[in-house]
Write a protein that binds this ligand. Sequence first.
Ligand code: MN
Length: 201
Amino acid sequence: MAFELPKLAYAYEALEPHVDARTMEIHHTKHHQAYVTNLNNAIAGTDAEKLSIEDICKNISKYPVAVRNNGGGHYNHSLFWTIMAPNAGGEPTGDLAAAINAAFGSFAEFKTQFAAAAATRFGSGWAWLLIKDGKLAVSSTPNQDNPLMDVADVKGTPILGIDVWEHAYYLNYQNRRPDYVAAFWNVINWNQVAANFAAAK
Ligand code: MN
């Protein structure tokens, strides 16, 4: 079974003005599609064709670099589309809010640490909120790596991630990555992040 580009649950313009429609369309139909196509080419005829993308990531050190880059790209973007939504943002509630307070002291302090991880990731990569040893943590990874990967510095299950490759924000924000990160809080789908948290715990 070849991997496929997932459909978005909202229109490309639905996240405006925070993420513009042209960026969303290119990001989904060109960048993510390329990761899917190149992943399928990289695993064609191998046992990896029978595995989930999560299981491939967990043993990524055993695969060629094309699988690491494109498999990571497919997993990361598939998560990314779902943790954004129109009319979203605000603050998490319930168990997730309690876990954020327990791990970081407050939601404001979590935001500070997450934004710093996104801002200081040099070059291309991602910042994450993940579950590590049963507790929430913030990390960042280079390129298309992610916390599921056995090569990650901080390993765990990601429940929220922000793409800080320039292709994710350059049309609207140019070099102003911190402005893009600040706008991202307005589109976070906390219901989905809470569902990810519940599933991963
Ligand atoms: Mn991207």
